[in-house]
Design a protein around this ligand. Structure first.
Ligand code: NAD
Length: 356
């Protein structure tokens, strides 16, 4: 199969870890007889240096003509003093707007050999393999807002939460599709005992579930979900939730694994739109140029891209298996535990590639 992949490595460690993801993709192409064509695009600080803006329309054109966008990380001290309208991070917001990404997927898989790297007891995190599916463009972050002073002179502020049936349906369908390819369990998280938005959310998710008879649906209040993620994370397969609850829960889930260097993510819009795959962490300027960044988050982002955008399940799993085999022995410093062999970013990419 031939696929065109736009590659926006971005800034600082983005450049270093992307090299390793490309190396792994080239190995996959060779082994499974695919042709991957890579189109480099400037994003974030790199784009400010090249075009004076964090995302230039010429680059957006390249992205729109590709089959998926593999994104690195952007930003860093080099651009701390640029005009606030052209900060590197604006590039991501513009990308999301242009690609219409309303769904954010954050998988958290704890590899058996890394249970020691978690701050949570190993008996609890062992076996964790979940995905948070978060609605990204609706809810309280995008609702009507107001600030003012009331009749008795007190300052007040209002943020309102709104979801339409259509918005709930489309994110629910993403979650059900994801669950269908996994262990077929969805836990929809809301605050139905208090919020009308959650009452509608629950009803619509129930309605969508009829289209997916093989997927088991349960509901959980958000406060309980936050506790359960720490008490018993392995009970979850897919967590479906709205924008604000998803913001909090995906960050809670992300610490289970111990390092940002292990966490991938995907942002996607309607079927047919280009989806974007990227590490959950940032450009880590504190470790850039030292050869110690963990490339696994970037490599796992590539694995998600193969599975979700290209329907290459076997190829995607081959990457995960190769990571699993590699980290039994070799570790970058962020996931190092006693007995392992410390390796550089490049060596990690080499070993994973070799293990495919
Ligand atoms: P960060 O995620 O870059 O780093 C936080 C900590 O995690 C650092 O100690 C870093 O060394 C470590 N870390 C991150 N990725 C790692 C990896 N692959 N291997 C090993 N260690 C890793 O967050 P920050 O320091 O707050 O932000 C740095 C820059 O990144 C800022 O300019 C910020 O705006 C930007 N940022 C970009 C994105 C993005 O591109 N999506 C996301 C978050 C932050």
């Amino acid at each position: 199969m031939k696929k065109i992949i736009s590659v926006g490595a971005g800034d600082y460690i983005g450049q270093e870890v992307m090299l390793e993801a490309i190396k792994v993709l080239n190995k996959i192409a060779k082994k499974f007889n695919h042709e991957f064509e890579f189109e480099n695009v400037f994003v974030g600080g790199a784009s400010i240096d090249e075009f004076g803006v964090p995302l230039h329309k010429s680059q957006m054109e390249i992205i729109n003509n590709s089959d998926a966008l593999l994104f690195g990380s952007i930003g860093g001290p080099k651009w701390d003093n640029v005009d606030s309208n052209i900060r590197p991070e604006k590039g991501i917001l513009e990308l999301r707007k242009n690609l219409g990404t309303f769904a954010n997927l954050r998988p958290v898989k704890i590899f058996d050999d890394l249970v020691e790297a978690s701050t949570i007891k190993k008996d609890i995190v062992k076996g964790t393999d979940l995905v948070v599916v978060r609605e990204l463009t609706g809810g309280i972050y995008f609702g009507k807002r107001e600030t003012g002073v009331d009749q008795i002179g007190q300052r007040y502020a209002i943020d309102s939460m709104k979801y339409t049936e259509k918005e709930i349906k489309r994110i629910a369908r993403v979650a059900f599709e994801v669950a269908n390819k996994r262990r077929k369990k969805i836990c929809s998280v809301d605050k139905e005992n208090v919020l009308d938005v959650s009452k509608l959310w629950r009803k619509v998710v129930e309605e969508v579930s009829v289209e997916y008879p093989d997927v088991e649906l349960s509901h959980m209040y958000v406060d309980n979900a936050a506790m359960q993620l720490i008490l018993n994370p392995s009970q979850f397969d897919v967590i479906l939730t709205g924008n604000m609850f998803g913001d909090i829960l995906s960050d809670t889930a992300s610490v289970l694994g111990g390092s940002l260097g292990m966490l991938a993510s995907a942002s996607m819009g309607e079927k047919g739109n280009v989806a974007m795959y990227e590490p959950s962490g940032g450009s880590a300027p504190d470790i850039a140029g030292k050869g110690i960044a963990n490339p696994i988050a970037q490599i796992l982002s590539a694995s998600m891209m193969l599975d979700i955008s290209f329907d290459m399940k076997e190829e995607s799993e081959a990457i995960i298996d190769a990571i699993d085999a590699t980290i039994k022995t070799y570790r970058t410093p962020d996931i190092y535990t006693e007995g392992a062999i410390k390796v550089t970013t490049k060596q990690m990419g080499d070993f994973i590639s070799k293990n495919i």
